[in-house]
Design a protein around this ligand. Structure first.
Ligand SMILES: NC(=O)c1ccc[n+]([C@@H]2O[C@H](COP(=O)([O-])OP(=O)(O)OC[C@H]3O[C@@H](n4cnc5c(N)ncnc54)[C@H](O)[C@@H]3O)[C@@H](O)[C@H]2O)c1
Length: 393
């Protein structure tokens, strides 16, 4: 019987906090059958095996020999991703690996080559692009109801409450550091919106009296493809002409869990959009718009509540910004996604990611939202930021 006719058998390597969550989502995707769990022993993973009627936890080699296994999901800490993915690919299995793809782009290239040589799937779970808000913001960038994008930031005030000092997360040799372990999600999100970027500056901050790097930040410039002319001063280096959009990324793992919060904002010529939380479900738009822009916003954010703050009549419609004359009908505040729950959206994204990747397994002409190249590119940017932050330290 061919793979296309029977369910896709999925096995998991590493069933910790996130592996358990993902497994519960994967089990709901049509055409999927869970086959087994390989992992270091842990009561919660054993309970998951019982929950899904799977055999008790096994070694990776035993999992790879399981009949009916087609795809391996790697959800171990980052330093294990390359070796375990390569082992699964060598056994002829498709692979979905948790982010980050690996510890550096050279490892990711090796994995990509191994998957391509064998005609197998390789994807990294960068599921942010499956969020409907990803498409809505992409619409703002393409249809420009708020004008051109000028600037953006992502501020991540994350929790460390469940990350004790001995957790692998703080060990750079295991996690790769915060840019690599966590930052890749947001580097990929912005790459999906703006294309490739270049790190302009990066810093890290240590928790006082320790070697724990708990805060990182960097600035990435997007959309400046102009090579720097020879005539520019050496200080301009390889940086192009300084056009494009600067985006700031901050991640700090410092908060009690109940205070974990994030804010992402894109500033345009005639307004801004703010997304709350790191799996955003809510968007707030503050803008000055004409009649056509208002209509476009309502199309991009269907069902959003639109409040009119001020309307302008006659000669009051005229104003200017960036040396451009504007004709403005009203100032609005739009709120979208107020009823949605973050954890439900999180589950949606993981299921959508798997369905999209499995569609490619069934039909190689299917264009995936996330490919192995996206995982590799986000990792390359993260490593670039990490290196720059450590330069001279
Ligand atoms: N996509 C997302 O939104 C998201 C969210 C959280 C975590 N993650 C990623 O998931 C991965 C795991 O993170 P986590 O938070 O679940 O970590 P975790 O520490 O909770 O779980 C890791 C699991 O791997 C197991 N493990 C360790 N060494 C192993 C080995 N040699 N062989 C097999 N299993 C082994 C551990 O026993 C544990 O069960 C990381 O790469 C992380 O970045 C992704």
């Amino acid at each position: 019987m061919s793979t296309e006719q029977r369910p896709i058998g999925i096995g998991v390597i590493g069933c910790g906090g996130f592996g358990l969550f993902a497994l519960q989502q994967f089990a709901q995707v049509p055409g999927v059958r869970l086959v087994g769990i390989a992992g270091t022993h842990r009561e919660a993973a054993r309970a998951a095996a019982r929950r899904f009627g799977l055999p008790d936890l096994m070694e990776v080699e035993a999992l790879l020999r399981m009949p009916g296994l087609d795809l391996v999901y790697v959800a171990t800490p980052p330093f294990l991703h390359r070796a375990q993915a390569m082992q699964a690919l060598a056994a002829g299995k498709h692979v979905i690996v948790e982010k980050p793809t690996a510890m550096n782009p050279a490892q990711a290239d090796e994995m990509i080559a191994a998957a391509r040589d064998r005609g197998l799937l390789l994807a990294t779970n960068l599921m942010q692009r499956y969020n409907p808000l990803f498409d809505a913001v992409k619409g703002l960038l393409e249809r420009k109801p708020l004008g051109e994008l000028l600037h953006a930031y992502f501020e991540n005030y994350a929790s460390d409450e469940f990350l004790p000092a001995e957790h692998w997360f703080w060990d750079r040799s295991k996690s790769g550091g915060i840019f690599v372990e966590h930052g890749v999600h947001f580097f990929d999100l912005f790459a999906g919106w703006l294309g490739p970027g270049k790190v302009e500056s990066a810093q890290i901050s240590l928790r006082p009296g320790t070697t724990i790097e708990d805060q990182v930040q960097c600035t990435v410039r997007y959309g400046d493809s102009t090579p720097s002319p020879q005539s520019l001063s050496p200080a301009a280096g390889e940086r192009g002409r300084g056009e494009g959009v600067l985006v700031n990324f901050y991640h700090g793992f410092t908060q009690p869990a109940r205070m974990d919060r994030q804010e992402l904002r894109l500033l345009f010529e005639r307004g801004d959009v703010r997304l709350d939380e790191w799996i955003p479900v809510r968007a707030t738009i503050h803008a000055v718009v004409d009649e056509t822009d208002t209509r476009t916003l309502c199309e991009l954010f269907p069902g959003a509540r639109l409040d009119v703050t001020t309307w302008y009549l006659g000669k009051d419609r005229a104003c200017s910004g960036r040396h451009k004359s504007l004709d403005i009908y009203q100032m609005v505040e739009m709120k979208y996604g107020l009823e949605d729950l973050k954890m439900h959206r999180y589950g949606d994204l993981v299921r959508a990611m798997l369905s999209d990747q499995l569609a490619w397994v069934a039909d190689r002409s299917h264009a995936r939202k996330i490919t192995e190249q996206n995982g590799r590119d986000a990792l390359a940017l993260a490593v670039e930021a990490d290196k720059l932050a450590h330069k001279g330290r």
